[in-house]
Design a protein around this ligand. Structure first.
Ligand SMILES: NC(=O)c1ccc[n+]([C@@H]2O[C@H](COP(=O)([O-])OP(=O)(O)OC[C@H]3O[C@@H](n4cnc5c(N)ncnc54)[C@H](O)[C@@H]3O)[C@@H](O)[C@H]2O)c1
Length: 886
C-alpha cells in the first residue's frame, strides 16, 4: 500500500508522533494508502514554516507577474500528475471518474486564470482623487497587500478543486498557506504538494498537513502567527472556526452549508427543468453544498413534473465510481451514509411522502460500498426539518407553490443562502425571481456551473466572503491607505491644531482659474469665449430685475447666433428648486453653456445648474465639497452688482428649504470659466443695491484677512479691494454714471472674491447667512451691519491684519498702537457705511429682536464660522454681537 507523508517547509516528513492513518475507497471499503497523521507539533512546525516564508519576502515580495511565472510552472507540474490525480480523486472521494477526470484540468485553469486576473486586472494600487476630507489636503492612495499566513481547511467532497480554491488565491496574492485536507480525502492535496515542490515554489509557501479536524483546527485557528482562515465545510464547524479565530481576530472566509431552492416555474421547458432538478440534486450523490435540494414546483405542473422526475431519478445508474458508465457513485463514508439514512427516516416521520429511493443500493460484483438510491420526498412542508437542515446526500424535497411571490418566500425561508436555480422560458420573469432570492448564486435554466471569474459564496449562514474572481483575490489581501500630506508644516496642519493654541493655517494653495476680461466693451469678448469653450448653445440665466434693465438682451446681442434662450425666473437668495427649474430649461433647450447675467443670486444659481446639468439628478444631490474631478458645464459669468465676487469664487450659496438654511457647493471646478467685468452692466444698479453689494465685497476682503486661512496672496488682493471700495463707493453714490468708479468696484469685488475663495470668510458671513435665510435680509445688507461689530469681536485675534485694514481705509495709523489701529478700522467701516447711506441696524431691516437668540444658535453652525480668526463656540457671544447690531 502506498504511503504518504506530511508536506512541511518543502519536505515530505513523518508526523512528529509517528502516527499514521488509513484512507479507504468508499466504493469498496478497501484501504488505499497510509498517511502520516499530523498533530499539534506538526501544525506548529507548518505554521512556523509558512510564517518564515512569508516574512522573508521571498514570495510575498515578488511582483504579481513574477509569482504568475512560478505558478504557471506549478500548473504544468499538476498537468504532469493529471492522470494520477484524477484516479486518486475518484477512488478516495467516491466521485465518478467521468467527473473526476476533469478535476486536474479545472485546477490548472483556475490557477492560470486567477494569475492572469491578479497580474492584469487586480487594483493593487489605486489613487483616490477625492479624499472626502477637505481639512487634510494630500495624496491619498490605497495598496492591497497580502494578508500573511493563511490556513485552508477543506472538506472531502471535491478535495482537489477545493484545495485550490484556497491555494490559488492565497499564493497568487503573495500569501503562504497551511492546508489541512479532510481525513477521508488527503491524497490529492499531497500529490499537489509534490507538484509544488517540483515547480520550485519556495519552501514553506505551501504546507499540507492531514489529520484530525478537531485537534488541528484548534491550533490552526488560534495560533497567533496565522492571519487568515479559509474554511469550506458545514455551518456547525464554520461557527466554531469563527469563534476560535476571534480570539486573535483573524480574517475569516467561510463557505458553508446550503439548502438551495431550485424553482420550477409553470412556463419552464419540462424536459430541461426535470434534467435540471435531477442534476441539481443528485449530481455527485448530492454531496455539493449548493445542491438544489429543495425543488419548488408550481402547482400548475406539479403532478406531471413529479412523475417525470421520479422516472428520471430511477433511471440513474449507480455504480462503482471508477466505472465510466456510472451516473452516481458511493457516498464518501459510512458516517455520511448513516446521516442520510437518519434523515430519510425523519422525513417519513415528519409526514413527507417518499416517492422513490430511501434505501441503500448494492452494486453488482462489489461487496460493500456506501451506495444510496436517489431519494425523492413529495408533499414536503418547508418547515419540516428535512427541508430546513442540510443532509448532504441524494435526498430531495419537493415543495409545491402557487405564485412566484410564494416561491421566493419559501426559497428565502432558510438559514442558508448559497445557491439556487430558476427554470422558466421567460428570462425576465426568471431574473425577477433570481433577484428576489437571498442567496450567493442563482442559476437560470442551469445548475452547478462554476466559473473562475464569477464569485461564489453564501448569504446568511452559508458563509462569509467569496471565492473565485476578483472577489476571491480581495479576500486574500489587506487594504492599506497611504496619505501623503500636502503641507508638511505643523502650523498648517488643521488636525494638529485641535490640540494647540495656534489656530491659523500658514501654508496655502492658490488656484483661481477664471479668465477675467475687464473694461468698457469687455462684453465683445463673449462670442469668442463661447467658441473657445467648445460650445454653441448658450443659455442666459438672469433675474427679472436685471432682465428689465435690458442687460440680458445686451448679452444676447453679444452672443449673436450662440444664444438658445433667456431664463429670468431667479429670485434673490435662490433655493435648490430655483436651480432645478433652471436646469430643466437648460436640459430642454439642450444648452451646452451657461451665461449668468446678474448678482450673486444669478451666478450662484448658474453654478448649481452647471453641476446639475453635468452630473444629472437634482441640485440637492450635489451639495458637496471638493468632490468634482472633471470640468463642469462651461460657465461665463457677467456680474451686474458691485459685490459678491461669485464670478471668480469656488462656492455656490443655495438655500435649502429642508435644512432651513443656506447650504453650499464648494469646489474649484465650479469656478466660472470666464468672468466679464463690463461697467455698462452695473450702471443701472440702484444706489442702495450698489452700496449694500459693495459692503458684501468689503466683508469678503476683511474676513479673508482675519480668517484662520489668511495668506499673503489673498491679503494683497483683499487690501487692494478694500482701498478700491473705500475710494470708489462714495464716488458711485455721488454719481451712478461714473463708469471708471463702477469698474473699480467690479474689480474690487472680483479681487475680494479671489481673496476669500482661498482664505475663506468668518463670523460676519455666518451671521449674515442666518438672517438672510430666516428674515430675508439681503446678504450685503446683513454683512455690512454686522461687519464692524465682528471686527471688534476679533480685534485681539487679528490685530495686525485689522491694523492693515485701517491703513487701506485711509486711516493714518502712525503713532497708534496696533490694537487702536485695529479698532479704528471698525470705526472707519462704520463711517464709510454712514457716508454712503448703508443701513446701520438690524431693527431697520425687519429682524425681530426676540429672534436674535435663535439666529445666534443657527449662526454658530454655519460653515463660514469655522474659519473665523477668533474661535467661536458660544452662542451667547454671537447673541451679544447681534444685540449690538440691533
Ligand atoms: N458665491 C459667492 O461667492 C457668493 C459670495 C457672496 C454672496 N453670495 C450670494 O449672492 C447672493 C446675493 O447676491 P447679490 O448681492 O449680488 O444680489 P442679487 O443677485 O440677489 O441681486 C439683488 C437685486 O439686484 C438687482 N440687480 C442686480 N444687478 C442689477 C443691475 N445692474 N441693475 C438693476 N438691478 C440689478 C437684481 O434684480 C436683484 O433684485 C446671496 O444669495 C449670497 O448668499 C455668493
Amino acid at each position: 500500500m502506498e504511503q504518504y507523508k506530511l508536506f512541511i517547509d518543502g519536505e515530505f516528513v513523518n508526523a512528529a508522533s509517528g502516527k499514521t492513518f488509513e484512507t479507504i475507497d468508499p466504493g469498496t471499503e478497501a484501504p488505499i494508502a497510509t498517511v502520516a497523521q499530523a498533530g499539534k507539533a506538526d501544525a506548529e512546525r507548518a505554521i512556523a514554516a509558512a510564517r518564515k516564508a512569508f516574512d522573508s519576502g521571498d514570495w510575498s515580495g515578488l511582483s504579481p507577474v513574477s509569482r504568475m511565472a512560478k505558478i504557471q510552472d506549478f500548473a504544468d507540474q499538476i498537468a504532469q500528475q493529471g492522470l494520477r490525480l484524477a484516479e486518486t480523486e475518484s477512488m478516495e472521494s467516491g466521485r465518478i471518474i467521468s467527473y473526476a477526470k476533469y478535476a486536474p484540468l479545472l485546477t490548472i485553469v483556475l490557477l492560470r486564470n486567477l494569475c492572469l486576473l491578479a497580474a492584469t486586472k487586480f487594483p493593487w494600487e489605486e489613487e483616490i482623487p477625492v479624499s472626502g476630507n477637505v481639512f487634510a489636503p494630500g495624496r491619498e492612495y490605497i495598496r492591497r497587500e497580502p494578508v500573511g499566513v493563511c490556513v485552508g481547511i477543506i472538506p472531502w467532497n471535491l478535495p482537489l478543486e477545493i484545495a485550490f480554491w484556497k491555494i490559488a488565491p492565497a499564493l497568487i496574492m503573495g500569501n503562504t498557506i497551511v492546508l489541512k485536507p479532510a481525513s477521508y480525502t488527503p491524497l490529492t492535496a499531497l500529490i499537489a504538494a509534490e507538484a509544488a515542490k517540483a515547480a520550485g515554489i519556495p519552501n514553506g509557501v505551501i504546507n499540507v498537513i492531514p489529520g484530525p479536524g478537531g485537534e488541528l483546527g484548534k491550533i490552526l485557528c488560534t495560533h497567533p502567527d496565522v492571519d487568515k482562515i479559509a474554511f469550506t465545510g458545514s455551518t456547525a464547524v464554520g461557527r466554531e472556526i469563527m469563534r476560535l479565530a476571534s480570539d486573535t481576530v483573524k480574517k475569516v472566509t467561510l463557505e458553508l452549508g446550503g439548502k438551495a431552492a431550485n424553482i420550477i416555474l409553470d412556463d419552464a421547458d419540462m424536459e430541461l427543468a426535470v434534467e435540471g432538478a435531477v442534476f441539481g440534486t443528485f449530481f455527485h450523490q448530492g454531496q455539493l453544498c449548493e445542491s438544489g435540494t429543495r425543488v419548488l414546483i408550481s402547482s400548475k405542473i406539479h403532478d406531471e413534473f413529479l412523475d417525470k422526475m421520479k422516472k428520471r431519478a430511477e433511471s440513474l445508474r449507480i455504480g462503482y465510481q471508477m466505472d465510466p458508465t456510472s451516473h452516481m457513485g458511493p457516498l464518501v463514508s459510512k458516517t455520511q451514509l448513516a446521516t442520510v439514512e437518519r434523515y430519510v427516516k425523519l422525513g417519513e416521520e415528519e409526514g413527507a411522502e417518499l416517492i422513490t429511493g430511501g434505501k441503500r443500493v448494492e452494486v453488482k460484483g462489489i461487496n460493500g460500498g456506501y451506495y444510496y438510491a436517489p431519494t425523492i420526498f413529495a408533499n414536503v412542508n418547508n418547515k419540516m426539518r428535512i427541508a430546513q437542515e442540510e443532509i448532504f446526500g441524494p435526498v430531495v424535497c419537493i415543495i409545491k407553490y402557487d405564485s412566484d411571490e410564494e416561491a421566493v418566500a419559501i426559497a428565502n425561508d432558510s438559514i442558508y443562502g448559497l445557491g439556487g436555480g430558476v427554470f422558466s422560458s421567460n428570462t425576465a420573469r426568471a431574473e425577477r425571481i433570481a433577484r428576489g432570492v437571498r442567496t450567493g448564486t442563482m442559476w437560470i435554466n442551469n445548475y452547478h456551473v462554476f466559473a473562475d471569474f464569477c464569485p461564489f459564496g453564501g448569504y446568511k449562514q452559508s458563509g462569509v466572503g467569496r471565492e473565485f474572481g476578483l472577489e476571491s483575490l480581495r479576500e486574500y489581501t489587506q487594504v492599506k491607505r497611504i496619505h501623503v500630506s500636502s503641507m508638511a508644516d505643523a502650523k498648517s496642519n488643521m488636525s494638529f491644531q485641535l490640540m494647540s493654541d495656534y489656530k491659523k493655517v500658514d501654508g496655502f494653495s492658490y488656484n483661481c482659474p477664471t479668465n477675467v476680461v475687464a473694461g468698457h466693451g469687455a462684453l465683445a469678448s463673449i462670442s469668442k469665449a463661447v467658441v473657445d469653450l467648445g460650445c454653441r448653445r448658450a443659455l442666459i440665466l438672469t433675474d427679472s430685475g436685471v432682465n428689465k434693465a435690458g442687460l440680458a438682451q445686451l448679452v444676447k446681442n453679444g452672443l449673436a447666433d450662440f444664444c438658445v434662450g433667456i431664463y429670468d425666473n431667479i429670485a434673490s437668495d435662490p433655493d435648490l428648486e430655483t436651480v432645478d427649474a433652471a436646469t430643466a430649461v437648460a436640459r430642454e433647450l439642450k444648452a451646452d453653456c451657461i451665461v449668468s447675467v446678474g448678482g450673486g443670486s444669478v451666478i450662484d444659481t448658474a453654478k448649481g445648474v452647471c453641476v446639475t446639468l453635468k452630473n444629472g439628478g437634482k441640485a440637492n444631490d450635489h451639495l458637496n465639497m471638493l468632490v468634482l474631478t472633471e470640468p463642469q458645464t462651461p460657465h461665463i459669468a457677467i456680474p451686474t452688482t458691485a459685490g459678491t465676487g461669485s464670478e471668480v469664487t469656488n462656492i455656490a450659496v443655495l438655500t435649502s428649504k429642508g435644512a432651513g438654511r443656506k447650504l453650499f457647493i464648494v469646489d474649484t471646478r465650479i469656478m466660472p470659466n470666464v468672468a466679464i467685468l463690463d461697467p455698462r452692466f452695473t450702471m443701472s444698479l440702484p444706489k442702495d443695491l450698489t452700496v449694500t453689494t459693495a459692503m458684501d465685497a468689503m466683508t469678503h476682503a476683511i474676513e479673508a484677512m482675519t480668517s484662520t486661512m489668511a495668506n499673503q496672496i489673498c491679503d494683497g488682493m483683499a487690501l487692494h479691494a478694500i482701498r478700491l471700495i473705500n475710494e470708489n463707493l462714495p464716488l458711485v453714490v455721488a454719481d451712478g454714471k461714473n463708469e471708471k468708479a463702477r469698474l473699480n468696484l467690479q474689480i474690487a469685488a472680483t479681487m475680494a472674491g479671489w481673496a476669500f475663495t482661498i482664505a475663506q470668510v468668518g463670523l460676519a458671513h455666518g451671521m449674515a447667512h442666518t438672517i438672510g435665510t430666516l428674515h430675508h435680509v439681503p446678504h450685503g445688507v446683513a454683512c455690512g451691519i454686522v461687519l464692524p461689530k465682528v471686527m471688534r469681536y476679533n480685534v485681539d485675534h487679528a490685530t495686525d491684519k485689522l491694523a492693515q485694514v485701517a491703513q487701506a481705509l485711509g486711516i493714518t495709523t502712525a503713532g497708534m498702537t496696533e490694537h487702536d489701529a485695529a479698532l479704528a478700522a471698525a470705526d472707519a467701516v462704520e463711517a464709510l457705511m454712514k457716508k454712503v447711506g448703508h443701513p446701520m441696524r438690524l431693527r431697520e431691516v425687519g429682524v425681530p429682536e426676540e429672534n436674535l437668540a435663535i439666529c445666534a444658535f443657527h449662526a454658530i453652525a454655519d460653515t463660514a464660522v469655522l474659519f473665523n480668526g477668533r474661535p467661536v463656540g458660544d452662542p451667547n457671544e454671537v447673541l451679544q454681537i447681534y444685540t449690538q447690531a440691533y
